[in-house]
Design a protein around this ligand. Structure first.
Ligand code: FMN
Length: 192
């Protein structure tokens, strides 16, 4: 797919068919996340790829799928054949920036471990479209005990979950009613 089409067509899709996703496609999608840039090449992004149905149900429960059902969505989280949990290893940044060519992370006012997790998220969303698949994202603010469910070490931080599958019709998110802000509110030429 042309990159411009991928950018234009990308939407968070919150429902999927039962058609499985091929393992090689999943691999390419995760690889896009792995290849995303990272501060100082710290490479702190970590991923948990979940396809087991029971585990996906547990993830969906922890992520509050019941609340989405109440809002009129389908069981999009448990139904998605693939979950990619995007994590970050903050310690990888601390260790990298302790090296002689760097100056530590103490004075960072931007936590680049989160920036890099976002870069991986975007790469994964685009890579899913490139495989003619659809993807959604759940932020980590209500993810229950995902560490326990997936055996993720306590020191590894979780950014959220990407759901991936073949798209099925889904209701429009209420957030979209806000409409897109005028381009000029977001983009400034030369000077703010
Ligand atoms: C950091 C972040 C957190 C998000 N968290 C959720 C979430 O918890 N649940 C959800 O349904 N969508 C979530 N979204 C999706 C947004 O609602 C969605 O991107 C936005 O409404 C714009 O829609 P679009 O991506 O389809 O253009 C999140 C998106 C981002 C970038």
């Amino acid at each position: 797919m042309e990159f411009g089409d991928i950018v234009r067509r990308r939407r968070m899709v919150r429902n999927y068919t039962d058609q499985p996703v091929k393992a090689d496609a999943v691999e390419r999608i995760v690889d896009a996340g792995v290849c995303a840039p990272s501060a100082g090449f710290s490479q702190g992004q970590r991923f948990v790829v979940v396809t087991d149905a029971g585990r996906r149900r547990a993830v969906a429960e922890a992520a509050g799928e019941a609340e989405y059902l109440e809002q009129g969505f389908d069981s999009w989280i448990s139904r998605a054949p693939v979950h990619i949990v995007i994590c970050t290893d903050k310690q990888a940044y601390i260790d990298r920036y302790d090296e002689p060519d760097k100056g530590g992370t103490e004075d960072w006012n931007v936590p680049y471990w989160w920036v890099d997790a976002g870069a991986s998220l975007m790469a994964i969303l685009y890579a899913a479209l490139n495989e003619n698949l659809a993807a959604g994202f759940l932020g980590a603010h209500t993810l229950g005990d995902l560490h326990g469910i997936l055996g993720i070490p306590a020191e590894i931080l979780i950014a959220g979950i990407v759901t991936i599958g073949h798209p099925a019709p889904c209701p429009r998110s209420g957030s979209l009613e806000r409409g897109r802000i005028p381009r000029g509110d977001a983009v400034h030429g030369e000077m703010w």
